[in-house]
Ligand binder design. Structure first.
Ligand code: F6R
Length: 587
């Protein structure tokens, strides 16, 4: 997580340029932010706790600035812990994305050498390390290189050094991209933050170091050798998203879902057919993803079994490193990722690549790291997803997966029809009278102390996703589980008044899940049924009409709305839940 933005060039309002760039990067972390500018032979720094959105910056005119919007890893959310961090002489400023895994040992060594630390962060060792290396005869670039080589973990760092009027960036892991303007350079975690200024870019590769001053130099960190600078011109258009008539991005994005589904139904046949051929050719296909994206993958596993009669594994991406030993040249690893930047996904993909496996990306962000590293890619085209809780990208992934399983059995036309029905059903759920009913249930649930969600078959991943959505925006502890698992332990937590959401679509799970609901009700639980028809066991009924194999797409929308209204009811910001970030670029 964390957003990095830097500027060096012919304009003297570098602080404002960085400030505006950071605002675009706020989705990467929003607990605090800071900017440093060169002021003579020193640096001036302005740091704040809180979101950058409504803030202002107070720094002198300068043509060099580095900035950061933070998602805390090491050290609480305080001004002292926010970036940039400085060396003892206040000549070196560092912003950082990642975790310095050996920072305690480095800090101890540096303290012994007389360095003074003012924060609890891992990052602060970096400026002091560079300061220490500068004491020898090394120049700025060599000192940065030497220091970077001492850091363990996946790190992207950007350093401003006032005496040399240069910015240096180096990375392994998290993304950094350089923008080359006329007599100026931009550097950021995400190209969208400067795309209005220049489309000439260099995506920094792992273990490359870029030096930006009057000119640009690229160095290989392992060899120290100079590399050729070959910029590419991106032609992508980045849509900026505004809330329009909606009070929050989350609700706007929920309402955009029918459009996203129709787009996939109507335009994806060729690429989906090509992917189905890759799956048929592979000896072993694996979906990997984190959080919501993992739930999409798990849904895929159920769909592949039922509709395509094919086994496809799904793993939590951060666990895939421990399950990779069977991967080989014939394996296909399909990464699901809205942002395309999740480090928990990138890391196992890199390792799968080393084993010769083919990589497929199903992502929403053109040009993202996962998009660029894939051999075959499917772009979700759901439009920018700004709310931290993923909604439309999830629905887009589910839609692609439905098309894919039907393509496996050469029945894409059936999938298209089902998707169009799902889009219509979602339109119906979103109508005022139906959403008002969901609002009522949200009122009841927002005062619950804990909630359970159950489903079976393809509705089991829906239960996991429903629980995740509710807890991330309402903070009400919620657990999703397979209906059959309840009696193996969790039923001990059901007592009078415990709310349990039950997914009971009209499929092969119906009878068993209704039996589970009856078991819960016998112990005092309150049942919120999500089904085609009302059932005697339901205390509350939210209707999602039967649309056969696509019912699981529409049923999750009812829960997205429920979670959203719970957050609103509790006076919480559903777009920026505490402790979360949209792009998760640390392990
Ligand atoms: C939850 C949510 C997260 C993400 C996860 C992976 O609403 O958004 O669980 O799904 O952090 O992110 P991506 O899909 O960008 O790889």
């Amino acid at each position: 997580m964390c957003g990095i933005f830097a500027y060096i060039g012919n304009k003297n309002d570098a602080a404002n340029i960085a400030f505006e760039g950071l605002k675009i990067l706020e989705y990467r972390g929003y607990d605090s932010w800071g900017i440093a500018v060169k002021k003579g032979k020193n640096l001036a720094v302005d740091k704040h706790v809180g979101k950058i959105g409504g803030a202002s910056v107070n720094l002198p005119k300068s043509n060099l600035a580095i900035g950061h919007t933070r998602w805390a890893t090491h050290g609480g959310v305080t001004v002292a812990n926010s970036h940039p961090h400085l060396d003892c002489r206040k000549e070196i400023a560092v912003v950082h994305n990642g975790i310095v895994e050996n920072f305690e040992q480095l800090k101890e060594e540096l303290i012994k050498k007389g360095h003074k630390f003012v924060s609890e962060t891992d990052t602060e060792v970096i400026p002091h390390l560079i300061e220490e290396n500068l004491k020898g005869s090394s120049g700025f670039a060599t000192s940065v290189r030497k220091s970077f080589n001492k850091l363990k973990g996946l790190n992207a760092i950007v350093i401003a050094y006032a005496p040399s009027s240069e910015i240096i960036a180096v990375k392994n892991g998290s993304p950094l991209v350089v923008g080359l303007g006329k007599d100026e350079f931009y550097l950021a975690s995400d190209i969208s933050s400067f795309i209005e200024k220049t489309k000439k870019v260099i995506f920094l590769k792992d273990y490359e170091m870029v030096i930006l001053g009057k000119d640009i130099e690229l160095i290989s960190v392992p060899s120290g050798k100079q590399l050729e600078v070959v910029p590419e011109t991106v032609t992508w258009k980045f849509e900026l998203s505004s809330m329009g008539k909606f009070p929050h991005f989350m609700i706007k994005e929920i309402y955009e879902q029918p459009l996203v589904i129709r787009n996939i139904a109507e335009n994806y046949e060729d690429e989906i057919n090509a992917l189905s051929k890759l799956i048929k050719k592979a000896r072993g296909t694996y979906f990997i993803g984190a959080g919501t994206a993992f739930h999409a993958g798990l849904t895929g596993t159920y769909l592949f079994s039922k509709i395509a009669e094919t086994h496809v594994n799904t793993a939590v991406a951060s666990e895939f490193n421990y399950l990779e030993h069977f991967l080989n040249k014939e394996s296909l690893v399909i990464a699901l990722s809205q942002s395309g930047e999740t480090i928990d996904v990138i890391e196992p993909l890199n390792r799968a690549k080393v084993r010769g496996s083919k990589i497929v990306a199903i992502t929403n962000v053109l040009g993202s790291s996962i998009y660029r590293m894939a051999d075959f890619k499917i772009l979700l085209n759901a439009g920018p997803e700004k709310a931290v809780a993923s909604t439309k990208a999830y629905i887009a992934k589910l839609s692609v997966l439905l098309m894919l399983v039907f393509a496996m059995v050469e029945k894409t036309a059936d999938a298209k029809k089902l998707l169009l029905l799902a889009a219509d059903e979602i339109d119906r759920i979103l109508e005022k009278k139906n959403s008002a009913q969901i609002k009522q249930v949200a009122k009841f649930l927002s005062i619950a102390s804990n909630i359970y969600v159950i489903g079976r078959g393809v509705s089991y991943p829906s239960a996991l996703e429903a629980a995740l959505k509710i807890k991330e925006v309402s903070y009400v502890p919620t657990e999703g589980l397979a209906g059959g698992e309840l009696k193996h332990g969790t039923i001990a937590l059901i007592s009078k008044g415990t709310p349990v959401i039950v997914f009971a679509p009209n499929d092969d799970s119906f009878e068993s899940i209704i039996s589970n609901a009856i078991e819960i009700k016998s112990r005092g639980g309150i049942i919120i049924g999500i089904a085609d028809k009302n059932q005697p066991v339901f205390d509350y009924f939210l209707q999602v009409k039967d649309i056969k194999e696509a019912s699981y797409i529409a049923q999750i929308v009812a829960i997205q709305l429920l979670a959203y209204y719970m957050a609103v009811d509790l006076n919480l910001d559903p777009d920026k839940p505490r402790n979360l970030a949209k792009s998760v670029t640390v392990k």
